[in-house]
Ligand binder design. Sequence first.
Ligand code: GRF
Length: 208
Amino acid sequence: MSDISSKKLQLGILLSGGGSNLQAIVDAIDAGHLDAEISVVISNKPDAYGLERAKIAGISAIGLNPKDFADRNAFDQAALNELRKHQVDWVVMAGYMRLLTSTVLDAYPNKVLNLHPSLLPSFVGAHAIRDALAAGVRMTGVTVHIANEIFDEGPIIAQRAVPVLQDDNHDSLAQRIHAVEHELYPEVLQLVAEGRISVSSGRVRIEE
Ligand code: GRF
């Protein structure tokens, strides 16, 4: 009998830290909300807890130390080799605190996602939650976008607002932002899995 089932979307996750978003993606797959598979998790921090989470979930976990590579391109080439070896279709940055070069981006045109804890283009950079609090905004949020060679730039797929409450401190606001990230990223990935995301003229189109 011929196999008419198509192969599931293969995700390659890049992370640098705790990996709570990786966990949310793993949980969404387990719960049947996300029709995809994570074929590899790669970190530029070999001791990142996110790699432990991957191992616990039975996913290939690879730590690459930038010190072992001559330059950024050599590092990204090693990451790309792993992505290819694991037959990754889309690259998903989940707390990956390192700029990707064209080495990876050109290999995955419009197929690299980033998650950012603000409503872009406000509060780019590594301290988006702190900066939103310092600016005194009443509303911040979460953005999922297609990555390019500039930090926190590229066509936006989805945004969800998170109000800043009167008595918020960094921890309380971060907690509510992360809770929204954990919902939004798997939802966007399901749109990707359904083949509903495309980019034209620098803007994202989501098929109804
Ligand atoms: C998230 O807030 C994400 O928006 C930012 O880095 C954080 C990663 O958190 N880019 P975690 O490692 O997934 O817990």
